[in-house]
Write a protein that binds this ligand. Structure first.
Ligand code: KG4
Ligand code: ZN
Length: 342
C-alpha cells in the first residue's frame, strides 16, 4: 500500500505491507512558513506540488520497491487545507490511473489512529483514541477503525497544538513552537503558575464533558506575561512553558481517562503531533497504569503528519475487505471523522 499525505505542510509518502512499515518519506515546507508564524496555504500547496514526485521516488527507493509492486494507493481526502489536499488527491488518482490500481480516499484523523498498527500491531477494539494535533483535538470511541468511529468530544476553539504554537510564539520560540516549548518546559517548574484548566468546572463537565477549550488558557498566559513585562520584571519563560504545558496535558489526560472509565474501555491510543510531547507521554502512561488502562502511543516520528499513517489505514481497509473509493472523489477540507474512507 502506498500512502500519500498532503493535508498541511508535510508532503508524506509511505509504503506499508500489512502492518509492516517499508518506507516513510517526508518533505516539509515548514521553513517556508516560519517568517509568517503559521502555515500559509498557498505556499504549502505549491511546495506539495514541487515535492511530490521526488518524495514518491524516495519512498520507493527506501522501501526497495518499484511502483509496479504497489497493490493499492491510499491518499488523504480530508480534513485539511483544501489546496494542499487537492495536490495529494490528484497525485493519488494519477498514480492509480497510470498503474491501474485501486485508490482509497481516506480520513486524515483516522490515519493518525491507524499508524499505531505499524508499531504495536492491530488496535484492540473498542478503544478510546485521543487525537491531538495542530488542527484537531478530539476524543473518539473507535469501535472499528475501518468503519465505526464515534466522536465523544472535541475542542470548541483552538486545537491543542495550535495553543502550543501560539504560546510558544509569545515566548519568542521558533515556529512550529510545540517541540521547542516541550524542550524549554523541562527547565521550568510545572507548578510555578496556576493556569486555568478549560472546561473542567462542574457546569462545563455537564455540557462539555469530553470537549476541550484552550483559547482561555492562551489568553491567560498572554495576560500573565504582559503583567510581568509591565512591571519591568524578567519573564521566567521556562516556568511559563512548564506551567502552560502542565495545564494542557492535565486536561487532555484527565478527559481521555474519564472517557475510558465511563465507556468501560481498557485501551487508550494517543495520536497526532502533540502526542510527541514528552510530558503528555509521561503523564498519560503514569495515570493510565494507575487506572488499569493500557496506553498505546506511536513513536514521536509517526505522531506528526506522514504518509505511512495513510498507507497504514489503507492496508487496514484492504484487510477488512472494504471497497476502494469511486474515482470521482474529491478533497474535503471538513471531512467528518465518522467518514473513515470516501
Ligand atoms: O499532527 P501534526 O503533525 O499536524 C496536524 O495534523 O496538525 O501536528 C502538528 C502539531 C503542531 O502544532 C506542533 O507544534 C505540535 O503538533 N507538536 C507538539 C510537539 N511536537 C509537535 N506539541 C507539543 N509538544 C511536542 N513535542
Ligand atoms: Zn495531522
Amino acid at each position: 500500500m502506498l500512502g500519500i499525505e498532503t493535508s498541511c505542510d508535510e508532503t508524506g509518502v509511505g509504503l506499508v505491507r500489512g502492518t509492516t512499515l517499508l518506507a516513510d518519506a517526508v518533505a516539509s515546507s515548514v521553513t517556508e512558513h516560519e517568517r509568517f508564524g503559521g502555515v500559509v496555504p498557498e505556499i504549502a500547496s505549491r511546495a506539495h506540488l514541487e515535492a511530490m514526485t521526488a518524495t514518491i521516488e524516495r519512498a520507493c527507493h527506501e522501501g526497495g520497491v518499484s511502483l509496479n509492486d504497489v497493490d493499492a494507493i491510499a491518499v488523504t481526502s480530508g480534513p485539511g487545507l483544501i489546496g494542499a489536499l487537492l495536490v495529494g488527491v490528484a497525485a493519488g488518482k494519477a498514480l492509480g490511473w497510470a498503474l491501474d490500481k485501486p485508490v482509497y480516499g481516506v480520513n486524515h484523523l483516522a490515519a493518525h489512529v491507524a499508524v499505531d498498527r505499524l508499531e504495536h500491531g492491530a488496535l484492540p477494539q473498542p478503544a478510546i483514541a485521543m487525537l491531538v494535533s495542530g488542527g484537531h483535538s478530539s476524543i473518539l470511541r473507535v469501535n472499528d477503525l475501518t468503519h465505526d468511529v464515534e466522536p465523544l468530544g472535541a475542542t470548541i476553539d483552538d486545537a491543542a497544538g495550535e495553543a502550543f504554537d501560539k504560546v510558544a510564539r509569545l515566548l519568542g520560540l521558533p515556529f512550529p513552537g510545540g517541540p521547542h516549548l516541550d524542550v524549554l518546559a523541562r527547565a521550568g517548574a510545572a507548578n510555578a503558575i496556576a493556569f486555568p484548566r478549560g472546561l473542567t468546572g462542574a457546569h462545563d463537565m455537564r455540557d462539555h464533558r469530553y470537549d476541550f477549550s484552550f483559547s482561555g488558557l492562551k489568553t491567560s498566559v498572554a495576560r500573565w506575561v504582559e503583567a510581568k513585562q509591565r512591571d519591568g520584571e524578567t519573564v521566567p519563560i521556562a516556568d511559563v512553558a512548564a506551567s502552560f504545558q502542565e495545564a494542557v496535558v492535565d486536561v487532555l489526560v484527565t478527559k481521555a481517562l474519564l472517557a475510558c472509565q465511563e465507556q468501560g474501555i481498557e485501551h487508550l491510543l494517543v495520536a497526532g503531533g502533540v502526542a510527541a510531547n514528552s510530558r503528555l507521554r509521561a503523564m498519560v502512561t503514569e495515570r493510565a497504569s494507575a487506572q488499569g488502562v493500557q496506553v498505546r502511543i506511536p513513536r514521536p516520528g509517526l505522531c506528526t503528519d506522514n504518509g505511512a499513517m495513510v498507507a497504514a489505514l489503507g492496508a487496514a481497509l484492504v484487510d477488512s475487505g472494504i471497497a476502494p473509493t469511486a474515482p470521482d472523489f474529491g478533497a474535503d477540507s471538513a471531512l467528518p471523522v465518522t467518514v473513515v474512507v470516501r
